[in-house]
Design a protein around this ligand. Structure first.
Ligand code: NAD
Length: 315
């Protein structure tokens, strides 16, 4: 069972588990998701979909072997608009799914985030770093929901012996990202494809690292099947500045957009880069898709979207 199945990562996970011959139950309340992401799966006999809010009681009939809890608004634009739902799905939603896992004797993997490190004071961030989070800042609703999620998951593991996994996901990109989710990469791609100027917040020297979605899904799949309950970072350690990324996107789209600068939002992390030694050692995992290839596939996807979506200016 995959929660957040109609979202970006959830839909790719559904595809992966279907490809591995699982029977997949997708669950989503569509608050930030899009049914188009799973439309191709509806005709399959081994895919079921429930439209349901996992912050409310969750029940599904029959046996469950694995639960992947990916339901949560994930981009700043979303969780700033729906802060209470974000806190609820990370807390109540996680609690409901841990309860479901316990009742079905299923293994559960929860989607945590590099945001648990906040604006990190060490770089790259190993799993042992406790983070630098402002609980009452605008991003606190997401960061603290995910920190609570991790704590609750470990408590179920320790108290009930539940089989739990925690993945700390670093920025991931690829087809099915939402154009207007406010994140730099889809925004830049849409702006470049429209021939508009690319907007950088701050001076563009802040860094991010971007993991292509198939690499992320492979890491999650391996972690689910591994025997390790503590959090594991999955991301690409190849760090770059936002300004370099903007330039790469302009080049990859073959357009001639300019770059314009706006002031930096509050609590925007200045750097983010995963230490993936643990994933390498435990899962024998490392990213394999180059940025050039990843960007090519992502831009190709954005080009297939209806023009009116690309032209919308709400990103
Ligand atoms: P997304 O917004 O594309 O997908 C999230 C999905 O969850 C959406 O389909 C949404 O409708 C659904 N959802 C939200 N609240 C729900 C609820 N209460 N009940 C049922 N469904 C609900 O986001 P994404 O990028 O695919 O992120 C998926 C997960 O991965 C999230 O938990 C997010 O925190 C985590 N994550 C993602 C990234 C990334 O780079 N994409 C990075 C770190 C962590």
């Amino acid at each position: 069972m995959v929660t957040g199945a109609a979202g970006f990562l959830g839909s790719h996970l559904c595809d992966r588990f279907i490809a591995e011959d699982f029977h997949v139950i997708g669950m989503d309340n569509l608050i930030t998701g899009d049914l188009r992401n799973v439309a191709h799966l509806f005709k399959l006999p081994n895919f079921e979909f429930y439209q349901h809010d996992v912050s409310k009681f969750v029940h599904v009939p029959g046996q469950l072997d694995y639960i992947l809890h990916f339901a949560s608004p994930a981009s700043p634009i979303d969780y700033l608009q729906i802060p209470i739902q974000t806190l609820k799905v990370g807390s109540l939603g996680t609690h409901n799914l841990l309860g479901l896992a316990k009742s079905k004797s299923a293994r559960i993997l929860v989607a945590s985030t590099s945001e648990v490190y906040g604006d990190p004071l060490v770089s790259p961030q190993p799993e042992e770093y406790w983070g630098n989070v402002n609980p009452v800042g605008p991003r606190g609703v997401y960061d603290e929901a995910k920190r609570f999620q991790e704590a609750m998951t470990m408590a179920y593991h320790n108290v009930h012996g539940l089989e739990t996994r925690i993945v700390r996901i670093f920025n991931t990109y690829g087809p099915r990202m939402r154009l207007n989710d406010g994140r730099a990469l889809p925004t830049f791609i849409a702006q470049a494809l429209n021939g508009d100027a690319l907007t950088i917040f701050g001076d563009g020297t802040q860094t991010r690292s971007f993991c292509y979605v198939s690499d992320q899904v492979e890491g999650i799949y391996r972690l689910l099947l591994a025997d390790y309950a503590l959090p594991v970072n999955i991301g690409n350690p190849d760090e770059m500045t936002i300004i370099d990324m903007a330039q790469e996107i302009i080049e990859a789209t073959g357009k001639r957009s300019n770059i314009v600068y706006h002031s930096l939002p509050i609590d925007d992390p200045k750097q983010r880069r995963p230490d993936i030694s643990k994933a390498r050692r435990l899962l024998h995992w490392a990213p394999v898709v180059s940025r050039e290839e990843g960007l090519r596939r992502t831009i190709e996807y954005f080009r297939t979207l209806p023009q009116e979506e690309l032209k919308r200016k709400d990103f």
